[in-house]
Write a protein that binds this ligand. Structure first.
Ligand code: R5P
Length: 309
C-alpha cells in the first residue's frame, strides 16, 4: 500500500508484524536504545512523507511503553512523516477516568492528551476501559471493537441456556454488545473494590441459576474481578464456562488465579505483555487493526469496526 508505514514499538512487535503482513507492507524499522538510568531512546527510519501508524500498546511496563510511544510519535514527526496515527490497542491509564478520592490525578486524560501533545494526528484504540477517553483527548480518537472477533470465538461454545455476565456495572454495556451478537440474556455483578488488588462481589442481578455463564470484561489485570464474579456465579447455582476479555495484561499472579477457576479464558493479543498460560486462548486483532488502518489510510469511514452506541 503506497505511502503507508507501520512503525513497531517494542511493546508488541509480534502484533505490529502481523498487522504489517495483513496490509502487505514491510514492518517499519525502529530501534530502541536504553540509557543506563532507564531512559528510552527510540529511532525510526524511512518515514518521511509517509502516512505512519505507530503500533505500541501501553500495557506492562505501562510507563516505559507510554514514554516510548510518545518518543516514537515525536521521532516520526521530526523525521517529516506526513501523518502520524498512534495505534494503541490497549491504552494503559484508561481506568483512571475519574478521581475516586480527592488528591488523585485524572490519569486517563493526562495520558491521552500526551499522545496528541507528542504530535499524533489521531489515536486508534481497541475497546478502551471507558469510551469517555475520546472526550478527554485533544485530538481525534477512533475506538474500534474486538467484540465480533471474541464473540465468534465463543459462538460455537455458548449454550442455549447461556448467559453473558458483566463482572461489574462498568462492563454492563459491553455484556449487552456480546448478548446482542450471541442472542443471550445478561446478568450483572455489583462489585466493590477494596484495594487495587482486591475486589468483592456484592450482588448479582439477573437469572443465572442452572445456566451456563460466560463472564465478559474489557480487561483482566490481576484476575481479581473475574475470580470474584466466577465465585459469585457458582454460589448462585450457575455453571461458569468461560471468561472473555479484550485485553489480558495478566499481572500479579493472574495466570495462576485464572487457572484455578477451571474455565476457558479467551483474550486478544492486544498487550503482548504476559507469557500466555497454556490454557489461555488468544484471538488476534491484527486483521481488525489492519482493516481500520486501511480505511484510515484511504480516508474512509471505520463504520462497523467502531464500538458504536
Ligand atoms: C475495571 O473496572 C475493569 O473493567 C476490570 O474489571 C478490572 O480492571 C480488572 O482488573 P483485575 O483483573 O485486577 O480485577
Amino acid at each position: 500500500m503506497s505511502g503507508l508505514s507501520i512503525v513497531a514499538g517494542s511493546a508488541n512487535p509480534a502484533l505490529a508484524r502481523a498487522v504489517a503482513a495483513e496490509l502487505g507492507v514491510p514492518p517499519g524499522q525502529s530501534d530502541l536504545d536504553r540509557f543506563p538510568d532507564g531512559e528510552v531512546r527510540p529511532t525510526v527510519r524511512q518515514v518521511r512523507g509517509e502516512d505512519v501508524y505507530v503500533v505500541q500498546p501501553t500495557g506492562p511496563p505501562v510507563n516505559d511503553n507510554l514514554v516510548e510511544l510518545l518518543l516514537l510519535v515525536d521521532a516520526c514527526r521530526r523525521c517529516g512523516a506526513g501523518r502520524v496515527t498512534a495505534v494503541v490497542p490497549y491504552f494503559g491509564y484508561a481506568r483512571q477516568d475519574r478521581r475516586s478520592q480527592e488528591g488523585q490525578a485524572l490519569g486517563a486524560r493526562v495520558a491521552v492528551q500526551a499522545v496528541a501533545a507528542a504530535g499524533a494526528d489521531r489515536l486508534l484504540v481497541v475497546d478502551p476501559h471507558n469510551v469517555a477517553l475520546e472526550a478527554m483527548a485533544a485530538g481525534p480518537v477512533d475506538m474500534v471493537t474486538a467484540v465480533p472477533v471474541l464473540a465468534a470465538a465463543l459462538s460455537s461454545a455458548i449454550a442455549n441456556d447461556g448467559v453473558l455476565v458483566a463482572p461489574d456495572l462498568g462492563a454492563a454495556k459491553l455484556a449487552e454488545r456480546y448478548a446482542a451478537r450471541l442472542g443471550r440474556p445478561v446478568a450483572v455483578v455489583r462489585k466493590s473494590r477494596t484495594s487495587a488488588t482486591s475486589v468483592r462481589a456484592e450482588e448479582l442481578v439477573g437469572e443465572v441459576q442452572g445456566r451456563r455463564a460466560v463472564v465478559v470484561d474489557d480487561m483482566i489485570s490481576t484476575g481479581g474481578t473475574i475470580e470474584a464474579a466466577v465465585r459469585a456465579l457458582v454460589a448462585r447455582g450457575a455453571v461458569p464456562e468461560a471468561v472473555v476479555a479484550t485485553h489480558g495484561p495478566l499481572v500479579a499472579g493472574a495466570a495462576e488465579r485464572l487457572a484455578g477457576l477451571g474455565v476457558r479464558v479467551v483474550v486478544t493479543d492486544s498487550t503482548g505483555a504476559a507469557p500466555a498460560p497454556p490454557a489461555l486462548e488468544v484471538c488476534s486483532i491484527a486483521p481488525l487493526l489492519a482493516a481500520a488502518i486501511t480505511r484510515l489510510h484511504g480516508n474512509r469511514s471505520l463504520d462497523e469496526l467502531l464500538i458504536g452506541a
